[in-house]
Design a binder for this molecule. Structure first.
Ligand SMILES: NC(=O)c1ccc[n+]([C@@H]2O[C@H](COP(=O)([O-])OP(=O)(O)OC[C@H]3O[C@@H](n4cnc5c(N)ncnc54)[C@H](O)[C@@H]3O)[C@@H](O)[C@H]2O)c1
Length: 373
């Protein structure tokens, strides 16, 4: 491969996830990509990242960086409220975007990103790293080919712990900058993975989201019940209040039950498959794990590699803004259901609805009532 075919990548936001996942991913894909610039408002942070990842092109402003470096791909790893403006700006300057989750804070905003994709001919890919982590692609393929029968029941529990100091970072915990809480910020990956494994065809969701214990605006816990077009049902629990920390997914299909017990990143040996044998005994099935072509320690890297391949071949990448909008619509429906006390159906939230303009449109008034927390 000639050096000219390397994808020229810039990372915008060298904070927590930028430095822990994106920058290592780009430099480790040295046969496919070149790190051409790091952008961060914080001068010390960008200098440290430049030193650590061997990059001399350091900027405080993405527009200046794009004018000078003309990257092919811009990674947006900033706080959530900047995802929409930076993604649109990066696409208008001629780059594909790989944007951290949540893609953005409302369906209206997601629609503006989708419109900018059409206008510019570029794509914004939303980080969905659980779909690219060990075992996930095999699980999805096996569920989709029907070998275990139809998926009937799904479970996704994200029970994590975040102490009060977690919200010392100013953008966290506030509607204006984080948009929503545990369900969107922490449980996003488990919710997105379960919907994807179940086939994505959710029909209604009934949810309760509230702030039970942390002094924050956004919710620290939610529970939900989901119905799918196929008739399948699912339950979700998302919280940052649990001293027993785990991410637990289960898909109960007609002839087998698939479990994932993990925390921050699924590994192939954290999946298990059980069947009931002819004597009625539950047995762990040796059908799992399968050969693991995608096993990577850094699943951000797996997704980035897939994106670079699509960019090079001029194909539509996976998990574009339209795909991420599906997960955002689900989350919005969960929050709206909590606010109105009724199930919300897919497609119900449209322009003119306050929930079209904000993921958790009723959250601020709920936060006012909860001010005693
Ligand atoms: N996929 C995951 O597993 C995962 C994990 C953690 C965080 N995230 C997401 O990543 C995003 C960032 O989270 P974080 O924890 O890394 O935040 P952070 O606050 O640690 O880092 C964000 C960085 O962006 C920089 N920044 C802010 N505005 C900027 C601008 N206009 N231009 C350039 N740089 C700017 C800040 O100076 C900071 O260094 C959030 O959307 C978060 O939800 C995803």
């Amino acid at each position: 491969m000639s050096p000219h075919s390397l994808a020229r990548i810039a990372v915008v936001g060298a904070g927590g996830i930028g430095a822990a996942a994106h920058l290592p991913a780009v430099v480790s894909l040295s046969e496919e990509a070149e790190l051409v610039a790091i952008v961060d408002l914080d001068e010390t942070r960008r200098a440290e990242a430049g030193e650590r990842f061997g990059c001399r092109n350091l900027y405080g402003d993405m527009a200046v960086m794009q004018a000078e470096q003309r990257p092919d791909i811009v990674i947006v790893a900033t706080p959530p409220h900047l995802h929409e403006p930076l993604s649109i700006q990066a696409m208008r300057a001629g780059a594909w975007v790989y944007c951290e989750k949540p893609l953005t804070g409302s369906l209206a905003s997601a629609d503006r990103i989708i419109a900018a994709e059409r206008e510019t001919g570029q794509w914004t890919v939303s980080v969905s790293q659980f779909r690219y982590a060990g075992g996930s692609q095999q699980a999805r393929a096996a569920l989709a080919d029907g070998r275990w029968g139809r998926p009937l029941i799904g479970v996704a529990h994200t029970t994590w712990y975040r102490g009060p100091e977690y919200w010392d970072i100013p953008w966290r915990g506030k509607f204006a900058t984080e948009f929503a809480g545990a369900t969107t910020t922490q449980a996003y990956h488990a919710v997105d993975l379960l919907l994807w494994l179940m086939g994505g065809d959710w029909r209604t969701v009934s949810g309760i989201a509230d702030t039970l214990a942390r002094p924050i605006e956004v919710e620290d816990a939610s529970a939900a019940v989901v119905r799918f077009d196929s008739g399948a049902i699912a339950t979700l629990l998302s919280t940052v209040l649990s001293s027993k920390q785990e991410t637990r997914l289960q898909v109960i299909a007609e002839r087998a039950t698939l479990d994932l017990d993990t925390l921050y990143l699924p590994q192939v040996d954290e999946w298990s498959l059980r069947r009931v044998d002819e004597e009625g005994q539950t047995v762990v099935s040796s059908e799992w794990p399968e050969p693991e072509p995608l096993l990577e320690v850094n699943a951000h890297r797996s997704q980035l590699r897939a994106m670079i391949a699509a960019w090079r071949e001029g194909r539509v990448p996976e998990v574009t803004a339209a795909d991420a909008r599906g997960t955002l619509e689900f989350l919005t429906a969960l929050y709206k259901s909590s606010a109105v006390g009724m199930p919300i159906a897919r497609g119900d939230i449209a322009a003119g609805d306050p929930f079209y303009e904000a993921l958790d449109a009723a959250g601020p008034s709920r936060a006012g009532v909860n001010a005693h927390v």
